[in-house]
Design a protein around this ligand. Structure first.
Ligand code: NAP
Length: 538
């Protein structure tokens, strides 16, 4: 172990949040670096290279809003831009502001320890380097810890097999191959639709179906991009008053004040509208009222029946255990039509579960499926997973993984008590997990930066959230969660993951704030303007 390298501020992660965060710190002239586990920047958009991977937020609402120059110079080529282009965009921004020189790659932080006497964090990086910092800002992402199932025999499989998050950089041959995809979340749905026509045979191993509606993607011409540029202020202003951070606002006529025909007319329009309009422009009652939710669910089910030729397959693709919009909605491009192809086979794991992975494929209780490639589209240990993989010791012997064992508790998702001088961008219980991510994280980064500026200006060497403030915020997160029909769903929004011990059936983890982005922005703004009453500043 060599001598520790000291910086005043250390940011963890060079993804969408970390890139903007380091830009703000450098602008302030602070001595700050980013430690990034991967060999390059980009986070989510560096890692997820699977076929079909793309935004499902409108590209021009996903991009950063902080720089007029970036807005003027960047041309989004598609309404929902694909992963290679998104990674190019993040590199463009990083290069434009010369941010790479503040980034240290191949630097996975494995442990962090707070020293209350020196008021310093010590960070241990895999491979033996050690850093110290007065302040740490984590930007480690909400979906950055992929999880594999725990089937017997996985290591025996002799073909190719990987999680979608680890899709290799080099081209993976698909033509002429027999491919199995396990998982039908947003990722599985993108992969399946994309590769169905490329592979010889495709077996989809579905445990539970998901609701899914059309993405309605299209190219963006030079002229359209010029129009978007001229509307950027208006677009971001709309995103700022939308609960999900989108350019779509809800229908406030009242679900029960209009006729079923009027509701249907709206849904016909929304089904054909790009992106999350079907969620965000819908009647808010569909998230709160069982009857309203049943009606929209039946509408979407009918659309699925209209697209899948085999009625039995169509029924298997329609969720029966949760209503429309109560789990994160995957958006699709001809996903349902894939099941009309002769080479695509739906294996319903609720009827015939996987028994084991074999040397040559997947054995269910009904049959053996010979495969050349197994794609695990099995999701993430969401929101708290990346935290649990760092051994974090705070003040007075507190250990973060223990504090959050039964679920996180935080102050606005920005700090957590007993872990002084640690700020979180897109932390658990913030609004980032439940919104158009960059819209929320820009607000988070701006808040964190302003807070640090305040702390440094006032000679603060130690800060920590008040116990009462943290308790109140966590209770508010629970209250918001309990109002939604989504409270009963089994998706990552509610902390569910059957592949992580303690996060499966029966566990309830309040990991995200569901009060909407505008409310959250207002609350954190008030906290700052009142001089941070929820935080002890020493
Ligand atoms: P996910 O939504 O958690 O889906 C995981 C899938 O794997 C589910 O269908 C799940 O089934 C299945 N699964 C998990 N463990 C299994 C097991 N042991 N056996 C069989 N099936 C198993 O994960 P994801 O699809 O990667 O999506 C995660 C999030 O990433 C999305 O919700 C979204 O926020 C983000 N994402 C965004 C985009 C985009 O912006 N364009 C694209 C992709 C992903 P159960 O439902 O039964 O648990």
């Amino acid at each position: 172990m060599t001598d520790p390298i000291h910086h005043h501020v250390i940011v963890l992660g060079a993804g969408v949040s970390g890139i903007y965060q380091i830009h703000r710190l450098v602008e302030l002239g602070l001595d700050a670096i980013v430690l990034e586990a991967d060999e390059d920047l980009g986070g989510t958009w560096y890692r997820n290279r699977y076929p079909g991977c793309r935004f499902d937020s409108e590209s021009y609402t996903y991009g950063y809003s902080f720089s007029r120059e970036v807005l003027d110079e960047w041309h989004w080529k598609e309404r929902f831009s694909s992963q290679p282009e998104n990674l190019r965009y993040l590199n463009f921004v990083a290069d434009k502001f010369d941010l790479r020189r503040h980034m240290r790659f191949d630097s996975r932080v494995e442990a962090m320890r707070w020293d209350d006497d020196l008021r310093l964090w010590t960070l241990d990086v895999a491979g033996g380097r050690r850093y110290t910092a007065r302040f740490v800002i984590s930007a480690i992402g909400v979906l950055s810890t992929p999880t594999l199932p725990r089937y017997q025999g996985m290591e025996e499989f002799e073909g190719d097999a990987f999680h979608t998050y680890w899709w290799p950089k080099q081209e993976v041959p698909l033509e002429g191959r027999r491919v199995g995809v396990i998982g039908t979340g947003a990722t599985g749905i993108q992969v399946i639709a994309e590769i169905a026509s490329q592979v010889d045979q495709l077996f989809v191993f579905q445990r539970r179906p998901n609701w899914s509606t059309p993405l309605n993607n299209s190219p963006i011409s030079e002229q359209e991009m010029a129009e978007i540029r001229a509307r950027y202020d208006e677009i971001f202003a709309t995103c700022a008053i939308s609960n999900g951070g989108f350019e779509h606002l809800p229908d406030r006529r009242g679900f029960w004040n209009v006729t079923p025909e009027q509701r249907r007319a709206l849904w016909d329009e929304l089904y054909a509208t790009p992106g999350f309009a079907i969620l965000a422009r819908n009647f808010p009652e569909i998230y709160l009222d069982e009857e309203a939710n049943r009606e929209i669910s039946e509408y979407v089910a009918e659309r699925i029946r209209g697209r899948v030729h085999d009625p039995e397959i169509a029924e298997k693709l329609i969720p029966k255990d949760h209503g429309f919009g109560t789990q994160r909605l995957p958006l699709e491009t001809r996903y349902f039509e894939a099941y009309n192809r002769g080479n695509v086979h739906l294996v319903d794991l609720s009827e015939t579960p996987i028994e084991r992975i074999t040397r040559s494929g997947i054995q269910t209780t009904a049959a053996h499926h010979d495969l050349d490639l197994i794609v695990y589209a099995t999701g993430f240990d969401a929101i708290t997973g990346a935290w649990d993989r760092i051994d974090i010791h705070g003040a007075g012997g507190a250990v973060l993984a223990e504090k959050w064992r039964d679920g996180p508790s935080t102050f606005f998702g920005l700090m957590t008590r007993r872990f002084p001088n640690l700020l979180m961008v897109a932390g658990p219980q913030s609004v980032s997990g439940s919104t158009n991510f960059p819209r929320a994280i820009e607000g988070g980064v701006d808040w964190v930066t302003r807070f640090l500026e305040h702390a440094i200006e006032h000679g603060v060497t130690r800060f920590e959230a008040h116990a009462e403030a943290e308790r109140e915020w966590t209770e508010e997160v629970v209250r918001r969660h309990e109002k939604l029909l989504a409270r009963r769903s089994r998706g990552w929004f509610t902390g569910y993951n059957s592949n992580v011990a303690g996060h499966g059936e029966g566990s309830v983890r309040y990991v995200a704030y569901f009060g909407g982005a505008p409310k959250y922005a207002e609350l954190i703004r008030l906290e700052a303007e009142s001089g941070y009453p929820g935080v002890d500043l020493e």
